[in-house]
Design a protein around this ligand. Sequence first.
Ligand code: UTP
Length: 452
Amino acid sequence: MLEKRLRELGQEHIARLLSSEGTTVSRGLITGDLEGVDLDLVDSLIRGKGLYDPPRGPVEPAEVIPSSFASSEEAKDAILHGEELLRGGKVAALVVAGGQGSRLGIEAPKGVVKVTPVRGKTLFHLFAEKILALARHYRCTIPWFIMTSRENDGSTREYFHRNGFFDLGEENVSFFVQGMLPSVTEEGRFIVAENGGLFMNPDGHGGTFKALRRSGALGRMKDLGIEEIFYYQVDNPLVKVCDPLFIGIHSMNKAQMSSKVVRKSSFEEKVGVIVRQGGRTCLLEYSDMKDEIRYARDASGGILYWAGNAAIHMIRRDFAEKITDQDTMLPYHRARKRITARDLDGRIMEINGIKFETFLFDALPLADRSMTIEVPREEEFAPVKNLTGVDSLESSRRLQSGLHGAWLRRLGVDTTEGVSVEISPLFALGFEELRLKADQLPRSVERDTYLG
Ligand code: UTP
């Protein structure tokens, strides 16, 4: 029974509230919140077991394929290989969109944020167009898997229905819901949420593996003949979804999980870096980086650990299966957060809480083989994390327009400074495709312009 179990776990305060006549908590909500939650796991996390322990031992820079590789002869083979996998219908796109977007401070799913600089298309709309453009180009189907959370699953599905699945075909878009875990106080006590349930948080993007397995999405991928998964995050509009070069490099090298990296912009940029440690590729988080690593210089005085994680990965389907078959646990990270909660008398207040999450990149060291490739930041990385300033909606729009403006200038189009430019993926997915349409371009761009 619920109260007994809660008492066993040292959560008497919730058990007491449930047994009392009061209305602070709702039995129905709490039962629903804890359904499917591994309470023994939560208990051990509270006791400090299963938590992330930064690896020890010497760290070395990761071996990275430089971005200049993209224009080499060898790259052509990799691109052909990637294209073949796409044409054969062996690649799925997977976007994680279960986060809370708390820094952005919006209630709606992040994917419905209007992100493009001229038309104001949403992130989901933009990605749908990228997938549609690829599917038309390679005459294939690219199944799209979208990870949501309990909080935003309904509104995400409803958004796709309302928009006719952006012409992708409902059967080609699958949603799967990630797990949740109760947040706790500094003392490890469950927290009552405003609605009388428990305060829960999504279990992090590392929850992708478990959620893929539990929801049946991984099985569906197998049935569809998917061999490779292109993973990305919902908040980067510049991501080259299912980039054939990346797919090709990863697959030709028989890697299980691979990563794209961008050059860190400064020693202090708050981004994790891909490194080698203990003979394995892994990600060293910014917060775990000692100064001697953060400020280490290479022979020419540059940043030695420059390989910033762009959070774009290739994952072999059978690697995801292996991890989930063995129920390998990714380590949990603790993060502090401000939480609006109810106290034991039902009063609403702001408190400091702790959430437990796993991170997808912690699966990297589990891969026997992993490739890391550098991509130019201005071409592939413009995340929307904050309301203003660095990595904000504003900076992301500027970067998108900057890239498209630069493509036009390379093709001889005069662009007036300060105007915004947006090129629809359905017009050209990249510079090479735009070059083929050079005769359809205007001579000059003097006001905000959309090419679609
Ligand atoms: P972030 O770590 O940037 O978190 O997620 P966030 O939720 O978007 O924003 P903040 O930190 O609350 O401000 C990076 C990516 O991982 C997804 C997010 O949706 C985003 O695409 N994510 C994160 C999940 O899918 N689930 C999670 O539990 C956490």
